[in-house]
Ligand binder design. Structure first.
Ligand code: CA
Length: 650
């Protein structure tokens, strides 16, 4: 309704320009500023003619204990101050716009909430710090291409009966040490540590809408439906009613990860909100935080009912302050930005600059695409094709993902690792992390027809993530004529490509022991029986696990796989002519500061053993699974098995 009103005010002008006239609050203190002496509340609601704050004794139910008018303070803000220590109370706001009262909502800046995020909570955040929190320190991390990221859903990690974990489905489940499966193999955080990854990327753990926190066991969700951006999700806490518990328990998780050499990446979803008309953003500033179509409706580049407007100053400010808050208050080490292609590049670069200023070792990566069309032009959004214009931000490479295993949208489609012909160039493109290389023919790459990454750390190399079929299921569907033994080799080859390619490596949890979701493609609301990590697989597929551990170890020991400069990749990597379905390249290890002077990587993506001509030299064959070195060859000829990765070095 407000949009119609704005159109009347600015006839003939695009609605976006109408919002340009809105005041911008540039100061601090949006939300609650707490002290024992007083609590000060500030909201931004430029259209309001009245605003009130309501105080409650509980996070749900009951009548307000007081209702207080707020005072207009300029730049669109309203302020209320309440004397005395208000800790333990809950609060909401409502505003009157054109004579009509809004819904009662917590404001977008809320840092603590009651059950299901309906009311914000007054809380002294220092009481949420676990012991030793001030000394919490992220493990050492030198450069972005050192990142080996492990994507994990909090609940999936521990919910299975065979996880051996006590706090199933909870943040605390990931703080338990010494847990094992039935055969005594490590589970949970001990397993992740054993695997050797550097970063654990947790699927959404801010407060999301879909799971009823009063009975969290009843329903499952990935959590891509944000409710309160600056608060941890209550269903992962042992008590969702006490606002301090979820905060404290999540901090405990971060601290335990850090103590065990693991960094924590947060999956952030600023591109849309779970609620649209009724969201807290839209109740306090109707229309402002969202993009509109020409006819004034909510535009929907996210396929989730709305898309936020990062180009408008107050949402830009919100994103920046929110990410900075997680980094500073919760010691978050990196961000994965959902549908980053919805956001404008200027906002993403401002965020990156500020986060890097505070924490030079932060990592930021995102999906360089959208799920629908946006009214904001392509050229100004953080799309994959614009990656070179992004500042220290990486994008997922769907080119190598689908090059490896086939299109995620065509279920029966195969990729290089499952024997499809003609995928070599997409793999080469991935090997050089989407940078410019004289031996890559960009016209033959599956999707991108140009190098989009300026530097290798702008590319996330992966074969699968939570979306679409997991790799093992994709292979079962697309390579159904292959034997299980063959598919195992395909799976290992796929992960070999990921972990030997330049750029940042990314693994979906459980892939190291052939996790299956029983053929369910997008399991966002499937039950635990589909999503839970089955820890018995660690025993069954120990051979695959040992191989993946070996790949990770090799990558960490050899900087040649982790070059930081595109020009070093262009000069140091040389591809060789090979039969169809085979890729061979060398890396100049000496130049990359590697103890291996020269490395030869051979991928055979075909169903048959191959006799290959390789560069003449004294090559030692490296056994990936156990890290040993086998026979030395000098002949310039070698045999490689079907669906295999072979590493030689000098
Ligand atoms: Ca929630």
């Amino acid at each position: 309704m407000l949009l119609a009103f704005i159109s009347q005010l600015f006839p003939g002008k695009a609605q976006r320009s109408a919002f340009d006239h809105y005041p911008v609050y540039s100061g601090p203190g949006l939300g609650l500023t707490y002290s024992k002496q007083q609590s000060v509340f500030r909201i931004w609601s430029p259209d309001a003619e009245k605003a009130v704050i309501l105080l409650y004794e509980k996070g749900d139910g009951g009548e307000p204990v007081s209702e207080m008018a707020m005072v207009q303070k300029g730049e669109g803000t309203w302020v209320a101050s309440i004397k005395g220590d208000q800790q333990g109370r809950f609060y909401t706001f409502k505003v009157s716009i054109q004579g009509k009262w809004s819904e009662e909502v917590p404001d977008p800046y809320a840092k603590a909430v009651g059950v299901n995020g309906k009311r914000a909570a007054i809380l002294d955040l220092s009481v949420t710090n676990p012991s030793g929190w001030t000394f919490d320190k992220s493990p050492a991390f030198k450069q972005k291409t050192d990142a080996i990221i492990y994507e994990l859903h909090v609940r999936d990690a521990s919910i299975a009966a065979n996880s051996g974990i006590q706090h199933k489905g909870k943040f605390l489940g990931l703080t338990e040490k010494g847990t094992t499966n039935a055969e005594g193999l490590a589970t949970g955080i001990d397993h992740i540590k054993e695997l050797g990854v550097t970063h654990v990327h947790l699927l959404p753990f801010y407060d999301y809408n879909s799971v009823d926190e009063s009975k969290p066991e009843a329903k499952y969700n990935w959590g891509y439906d944000p409710l309160n951006y600056n608060v941890p999700e209550g269903s992962y806490a042992t008590n969702a009613y006490d606002p301090a518990v979820r905060i404290k328990e999540f901090k405990q998780l971060v601290k335990t990860f850090h103590e065990n050499g693991l960094r924590v990446v947060m999956d952030v979803v600023y591109n849309h909100t779970a609620l649209t008309e009724k969201s807290n953003f839209n109740q306090l500033a109707p229309g402002y935080y969202y993009r509109q179509t020409k006819d004034g409706k909510f535009s929907n580049a996210t396929a989730c009912g709305n898309e936020t407007a990062s180009e408008r100053p107050m949402f830009r400010k919100f994103m920046l302050e929110s990410m900075k808050y997680w980094m500073e208050e919760y010691h978050i080490d990196g961000f994965r930005v959902d549908l980053m292609g919805v956001h404008d590049s200027k906002t993403m670069n401002l965020i990156s600059k500020e986060l890097h200023r505070v924490r030079p070792d932060i990592i930021i990566y995102g999906e360089g695409w959208t799920a629908g069309s946006s009214p904001l032009p392509d050229s100004v959004r953080a799309l994959k094709k614009n990656a070179a214009k992004l500042d220290r931000i990486a994008v997922f490479s769907d080119d190598i993902r689908d090059g490896i295993k086939g299109s995620v949208f065509e279920h029966e489609d195969k990729g290089f690792a499952s024997g499809k012909a003609g995928m070599e160039e997409s793999i080469r493109f991935g090997i050089v992390a989407a940078t410019k290389h004289p031996q890559v023919d960009y016209n033959k790459v599956n999707y991108s027809k140009a190098a989009y990454a300026k530097e290798p750390y702008q590319t996330v190399t992966y074969a699968e993530c939570h979306d679409n079929h997991v790799l093992w299921d994709k292979l079962a569907i697309s390579a159904k004529d292959a034997t299980v033994a063959e598919r195992k080799e395909m799976h290992k080859l796929a992960l070999s490509v990921v972990l030997t390619s330049q750029g940042m490596s990314f693994l979906h949890a459980g892939t190291e022991f052939l996790r299956s979701k029983k053929g369910v493609e997008n399991s966002y609301d499937s039950p635990d029986s589909i999503n839970a990590i089955d820890w018995s697989l660690k025993t069954t597929n120990k051979d695959v696990l040992d191989y993946v551990k070996g790949l990770i170890k090799m990558r960490k020991q050899h900087p040649a796989f982790r070059m930081m400069k595109a020009k070093d990749i262009a000069a140091g990597i040389q591809f060789y002519d090979m039969p169809a379905g085979v890729i061979a390249y060398t890396i100049n290890g000496t130049k990359a500061g590697d103890q291996w002077k020269k490395i030869l990587v051979l991928f055979n993506g075909t169903a048959v053993e191959k006799q290959l001509t390789i560069p003449v030299g004294k090559w030692r064959r490296y056994a990936i699974a156990d890290g040993t070195t086998a026979v030395e060859i000098t002949s310039g000829n070698t045999k490689v098995a079907a669906y295999s990765c072979t590493i030689f070095y000098q």
